[in-house]
Design a protein around this ligand. Structure first.
Ligand code: NDP
Ligand code: MG
Length: 428
């Protein structure tokens, strides 16, 4: 039986989401074959149709693929409304043929003909260009995965939010560049934002039912592939070395961000918006094994941690089935076999991007947006072999000098500042 989503019942603030709605079990466990609960006010407070209808923005990427693997394993629970990609039209066609969504969009309009021709007669509608990506985000899904990379994901993410549905947010750049706007639009449209980023998903799992906010949150960081490299070695590292992350398998851009520690800086800003904590209440701890994903500190001295192997299956599964739990193929955690977990302070002298991100978070206004844009430009140039790894922070630092302190209020203002920063950097 199909149930319609009741997101208006879900406060868009994170704390105490469970309270006031009766019992939302935090560890509702079911066999993979059982359908999602369908009774909205009973077990698990099911909030969606069954099967749950999903749209995946960025379906060909690392997060998109992991999400689709869960859909593949749970055909009775999930069906697809829309999927998108930017360039990878052949992979998108293969996904469309396997999962048979209602709508498929490719961002680059040059691939329109190939997509249309390959899916002709399939009953699957196709579209191309930014308008088609927007249409995919606007279609009536119960749950949307926002997994486009970079600020390119902002507009489609906002479109999904404005439908007032459940948005699983992987695209951290949206929150960094436009955190105030994204959170305001969520509140204004009754949308529910579920954090996908492993650390933020971990925090969300720990604070979702808490009546009081934490006093502090610590995000853990693996330290990246160059955690133990000497400063002089960093100047000559190659893109191939930088994308070889020791623990996580991810897309190229976020892998470089992890190597510079900018990823952790972006995540501090992401947490600042998601959990409404001041910069002083957010901290980073290097934990090379990536087993503990966060520490949530409470005023009474209690510190809660969330653990799993570093595998995005776990946070994505949490958001895709939320508020229920589904069985996954994630490796069971065996702490005795792991034996030892270690921790150290991040080294902001060797990894200045973390310092720059903290400074941008404190400065607020347009600084986080400029930080994000300059970082996107710098990472792209590094991946193209045009600048050195150690040039990345300098480029970002220089761009930050144009910050005005004013907070852009609209999507158009944000896109204008993003364009201006890109143009300025291209002239240098
Ligand atoms: P990938 O680079 O692997 O995938 C990006 C996806 O977005 C692809 O489907 C790509 O299409 C599409 N895309 C790229 N550019 C555009 C554009 N301009 N317009 C529309 N679509 C576009 O990225 P990841 O999956 O690694 O990361 C996605 C997001 O999730 C990022 O914001 C990242 O920070 C975040 N994240 C990722 C994690 C991970 O483990 N990978 C962990 C935590 C957060 P195509 O394939 O055709 O290029
Ligand atoms: Mg993360």
């Amino acid at each position: 039986m199909s149930k319609s989503i009741a997101v208006s019942d879900i406060p868009s603030t994170v704390y105490g989401r469970g309270s006031g709605r009766g019992q939302v079990p935090s560890t509702h466990s079911e066999p993979a074959s059982a359908p999602l609960p369908t009774s909205p006010r009973k077990q698990g407070e099911e909030l969606t149709s069954c099967p749950r209808r999903l749209s995946i923005l960025g379906a060909t990427g690392s997060i998109g693929s992991t999400t689709l693997a869960l859909v593949r394993e749970n055909p009775d629970r999930f069906s697809l409304e829309a999927i998108t990609a930017q360039e990878n039209v052949e992979a998108l066609i293969v996904l469309a043929q396997e999962f048979r969504p209602a709508f498929v969009a490719i961002g680059n309009p040059a691939h329109a003909g190939r997509l249309r021709e390959a899916l002709a007669g399939s009953g699957i509608a196709t579209g191309a260009g930014p308008a088609a990506i927007a249409e995919a985000a606007a279609r009536p899904a119960d749950w949307t995965m926002a997994a486009i990379i970079g600020i390119a994901g902002l507009r489609p993410t906002l479109t999904a939010i404005r439908r007032g549905g459940v948005v699983a947010l992987a695209n951290k750049e949206s929150l960094v560049a436009a955190g105030d706007l994204v959170m305001r639009e969520c509140a204004g449209h009754g949308a529910t934002l579920l954090p996908v980023d492993s650390e933020h998903n971990a925090v969300f799992q720990l604070v979702e039912h808490a009546a009081s906010p934490p006093s502090k949150i610590t995000l853990t960081a693996s330290g990246g592939p160059f955690r133990t490299s000497m400063p002089e070695q960093l100047a000559t590292v190659t893109p191939e070395q930088a994308v070889r992350h020791p623990n996580w398998s991810m897309g190229a851009k976020i892998s470089v961000d992890s190597a510079t520690l900018m990823n952790k800086g972006l995540e501090l800003i992401e947490a600042h918006h998601l959990f409404r904590l001041a910069p002083e209440q957010l901290d980073v701890l290097v934990h090379p094994q990536s087993i503990i994903h966060c520490l949530v500190h409470y005023a009474d001295g209690a510190v809660l941690a969330q653990l799993s192997h570093p595998d995005m299956t776990v946070p994505i599964a949490h958001t895709i089935a939320w508020p229920a739990r589904i069985t996954t193929q994630a490796r069971p955690l065996d702490l005795a076999a792991i034996g030892m977990l270690t921790f150290e302070q991040p080294d902001e002298a060797r990894f200045p991007c973390l310092r720059l991100a903290r400074a941008a978070m404190k400065a607020a206004g347009d600084a986080p947006l400029i930080l994000n844009t300059a970082n996107e430009v710098a990472v792209e140039r590094f991946l193209q072999g045009r600048i050195r790894f150690t040039d990345i922070p300098g480029l970002i630092d220089a761009a930050l000098s144009s910050a005005t302190g004013n907070t852009p209020q609209t999507l158009e203002e944000i896109e204008e500042i993003d364009d201006t920063v890109r143009q300025t950097l291209s002239q240098e």
